[in-house]
Write a protein that binds this ligand. Sequence first.
Ligand code: SF4
Length: 292
Amino acid sequence: MHFTGRTWRPPYEAHSVIIQATSGCAYRKCRFCSLYKDEPFRMSPMKEFEEDLAEIKSLQPYARRVFWTGANPFSMSYERLKLRARTVRDYLIKCQTMAMFASVRDIRAKEAWQLKKLRAMGINGLTIGTESGDDDTLLLAGKGYTAADILEQCQKLDQAGIEYYFVYMTGLAGKGGGYRNAVRSAELFSQLNPYFISVDSLTLFPGTKLYRMAQAGRFVPAGEKERLRELQIFIEELRIRTHLFADSRSNFYPVTAALPRERESVIGELQYVLDTVSEEEMVEYRRGLKSL
Ligand code: SF4
């Protein structure tokens, strides 16, 4: 298999077959992120892609879901995506879905009819690192799109029948911004249909712009308890039926919930943590994190 550089897949793709379609990130401007800072974006040549598919076929000929690596393979043109999707099906006859990371910018570059065609070819299950639905926070994070862009582009996915997943990041708005970020993000996300929302919490790593801004006093990170309260508000305000996974390592206390059914119980669980764990203990936990 032609894996080069950092191979990153979300935890919920653990049962998918992984193939390198791209490596690196085509954007690399998010201020909190250093994931691919030394790795230029690259599309795997078709020769490599096909060699990998042949290898997968020899080991898992009935693979049903394939995850394409890279921060945003969906940035490829419609024609390139089409060629790769069709080639996957040439090799893996049972493959039903091809999932990958995508950014709002990548969706914007596709026409509605192209999205429908891609869905028909098996492209489904886009993880979108929205991080927030609040314009001030999106600007601060350097995401390069607005809440209105998220709404417009994800409505296109809804119309095309492409399933998608959101990421929300607590703490990203900085000290004092958690409430606003939670309310506005929940309001935006509630107008869309993310199959689930995965929640991370901001950790400032050296090498990121936000880290340097914090060092210079131009960004004040939110406290740990503020982030848990932010998560409570986000859950409280979400008005859609979805699943929430706030169980990655960046969350001090891992929780998952089927919403709205488990709304009150998970908010209560978080309140118990707020009432019984000190800020210092939570800060210490975050200090120990070495990567996302
Ligand atoms: S968060 Fe995603 S889109 Fe932003 S720079 Fe990092 S890898 Fe690229």
